[in-house]
Write a protein of this length. Structure first.
Length: 402
């Protein structure tokens, strides 16, 4: 279960039990921080705590503040700045060199239920969408308050929520941010003051297909489950694909051998792992996935076997151009020295995650060295912004904009 789903579930439970709660959300980051925009934690009056806004560094302070926030009913934005040497005196002594702003929202049971419903729908998205949350608003602004939200599902669509005289401005920015694919926090001038809003890109959970129900697929499915990926297991052998063997799979498909290529081509997944260890079956799977919308196709086995599979498809008349070839990852997995089935599964899901996030899988240390040298590929800011409106932040994928 994803963190966003767990947070929504905790808020729904607070609503059902008629308990007040506080929702803490990371709304701005700078520099080195463990969590990024959109990290959330729920604190319920009965002591229930779900989610996290850091690596555990600031949670205690958030918990201490929660009672006062809940009693006052007034939301608050708390800043944790570890960039200054005074941090050691200030009390956290983290030495991380980063800044985090956390919005603390007091929620009545009714508010919690409404917030839970919205976040649950967002968590269940099948496409990239944008969630806009008001962080700060003038005290006399009657149209919005901190914590109010709206959703944009298509870059050219309409912003659902946050109605008011400034709705058009928020919608325009939301469209630009969704097109850019980069979360950002923006300060909107309003009546000689400002309305601050965080525009958070929500990426759908990974949908992965594991083709082959051998024993080596068990740790792959288990690793994918820990990441809350939607898992489809496919094998034409009914005994191997029996439901009791795969309790962690969301869906099990047992196709007829002759229908494998056509069947998998119609499935909606982001990634597929081919590991049936039967050459002809693997060729059928590969043919099907290359005809699908899957962006990542991993093939178990040595490189020469993958090349043989590709040549087999060409002999069948399947068109495999350079773009199709780039989707094939064989041997599957990152080079981490994996030998055991569990290590191999780790290498596989790590490569799928990197591909899903548009990363190479290199070490963070090497990547940060490139950034210091000025070679980092920073996603462009949305078109049309006055840079002074952008509140500096670190993007969801860890790209820092100084």
């Amino acid at each position: 279960m994803s963190e966003l789903t767990r947070v929504a579930g905790a808020l729904a439970a607070a609503g059902r039990s008629r308990q007040p709660s506080v929702l803490a959300t990371v709304v701005r980051t700078e520099g080195s921080t463990y969590r990024r925009i959109g990290a959330r934690m729920v604190l319920v009056a009965d002591g229930t705590r779900v989610g996290a806004v850091s690596a555990g560094c600031v949670e205690h302070d958030v918990v201490v503040r929660a009672d006062g926030i809940s009693a006052s009913g007034v939301p608050e934005v708390v800043r944790y700045d570890t960039r200054s040497p005074d941090d050691l005196v200030w009390g956290f002594g983290l030495g991380c060199g980063g800044l985090v702003e956390v919005l603390l929202e007091p929620l009545t049971p009714t508010d919690a239920a409404l917030k839970a419903s919205r976040l649950a729908r967002v968590a269940d998205t099948r496409q990239q969408i944008l969630l806009t949350t008001i962080i700060r608003a003038p005290a006399d602004e009657g149209h919005v308050r901190p914590g109010d939200q709206a959703v944009l599902r298509v870059a050219g669509g309409t912003l659902d929520g946050l109605e008011g005289p400034f709705h058009a401005d928020l919608e325009q920015v939301a469209r630009q941010v969704l097109r850019s694919g980069r979360s950002v926090t923006v300060s909107h001038p309003w009546k000689n003051e400002a309305i601050d809003a965080v525009y958070e890109i929500i990426v759908p959970r990974v949908r992965i297909a594991v083709c082959g129900a051998g024993v080596d697929a068990i740790p792959v499915v288990a690793a994918a489950r820990r990441l809350d990926w939607h898992i489809t297991l496919i094998d034409d052998r009914p005994a191997m694909a029996a439901a009791h063997r795969w309790p962690e799979a969301d869906r099990i498909i047992v196709p007829l051998p002759a229908g494998i290529a056509k069947g998998v081509a119609e499935l909606e997944v982001e990634a597929a792992i081919i590991m049936s260890h039967n050459f002809e079956r693997d060729a059928d799977f590969l043919e099907g996935w290359l005809s699908s919308a899957a962006r990542y196709v991993g093939v178990m086995g040595p490189r020469h076997r993958t090349e043989a599979l590709v040549e087999t498809l060409r002999s069948r008349g399947a068109p495999i151009d350079a773009t199709a070839r780039e989707r094939i990852h064989g041997p599957v997995g990152l080079d981490i020295g994996a030998e055991s089935p569990e290590e191999i599964a780790l290498a596989i899901v790590a490569e799928v995650q990197a591909a899903h996030a548009g990363r190479t899988g290199q070490s963070l240390a090497e990547r940060q060295l490139r950034e210091v040298g000025g070679d980092a590929e920073v996603p462009p800011l949305p078109v049309g912004f006055d840079p002074r409106q952008i509140i500096p932040f670190g993007g969801m994928n860890g790209v820092a904009a100084e």
